[in-house]
Design a protein around this ligand. Structure first.
Ligand SMILES: [Zn+2]
Length: 264
């Protein structure tokens, strides 16, 4: 079935691509970094430290058991936001396996925790037992967020979020919720408010729009969410929004995440 997907290259092409991403021009030993390396078929041997290694040794894919084409197809599906159940049919692997690999892809995304400045919209959203506080720097792709393990957000949560994610002297726009009242006394921001019952929405429309897009993303891609996985889905969503180039192709994703792990 995977052979029918023209987007998935041959095993040899994938191998070549991985070698380029991991080692650049010349293969080196991931253990002692020596370039005195012999190759026999898919294995390598370092003449300096006398260690055998494979292409993926020393990366987080060192124990990959799937064929490279199945792996590549799974990664292609994930980068292109193909839903879990569609991926399962396309790649001929179990739902458990798709869930496992999609999770690995999420967990190996680069950390991205920006501090926002300029004009910022901030709001909260609720997911059964969890709360999400999110802020967007207007006119940019910068999002900051925190998932709290409780069903409501109080003023202390809101101010802590500002301490950690918003530069002093920023322009903060929120709705009229009580948790934002006189927030400028706790953190030096210029604060303006939309009063929704007076049909004011302009100052919070972008951040509220983001919550809508987030809920759709989770429903389409993962079908449902649980408190255990929601924080990961939200992080994935934010990185997809901020750094779309990582998701252009499996090669792009791997070139950002597949550095050989330093070994001692
Ligand atoms: Zn070596």
């Amino acid at each position: 079935m995977i052979a029918l997907l023209h987007q998935i290259p041959s095993e040899a092409t994938i191998r070549k691509e991985l070698r380029k991403i991991i080692f650049g021009r010349n293969v080196f030993c991931p253990f002692c970094r020596s370039r005195h390396v012999h190759r026999s078929e898919a294995r390598y041997w370092c003449t300096r430290c006398r260690t055998h290694f494979s292409l993926l040794s020393g990366t987080w894919l060192a124990n990959l058991k799937l064929s490279l084409r199945t792996f590549w197809a799974l990664l292609w599906c994930w980068t292109q936001k193909v839903p879990v159940q569609q991926t399962q049919k396309l790649c001929h692997v179990s739902e458990v396996s798709v869930a496992h690999w999609f999770r690995q892809f999420r967990l190996h995304l680069p950390d991205f925790d920006p501090i926002l400045n300029g004009v910022i919209q901030m709001d909260e959203a609720y997911f059964s037992s969890l709360s999400l506080v999110m802020a967007k720097q207007i006119g940019s792709k910068c999002l900051a967020h925190v998932v709290l393990p409780k069903p409501s957000v109080d003023k202390r949560d809101a101010t802590e979020f500002l301490f950690q994610h918003v530069e002093p002297q920023s322009n903060l726009q929120t709705d009229g919720a009580g948790i934002y009242k006189a927030i400028e006394r706790w953190w030096p921001v210029r604060h303006t408010v939309d009063i929704h019952r007076k049909f004011q929405f302009g100052r919070t429309s972008e951040i509220e729009g983001m919550f809508g897009v987030l809920r759709t993303f989770i429903r389409r891609m993962y079908h449902h969410t649980t408190p255990e996985y929601l924080p990961e889905y939200v992080s994935e969503f934010c990185i997809r929004f901020s750094s779309p180039e990582i998701f252009e192709s499996p090669s792009q994703y791997l070139s950002k995440t597949l550095m050989p792990v330093p070994t001692c």
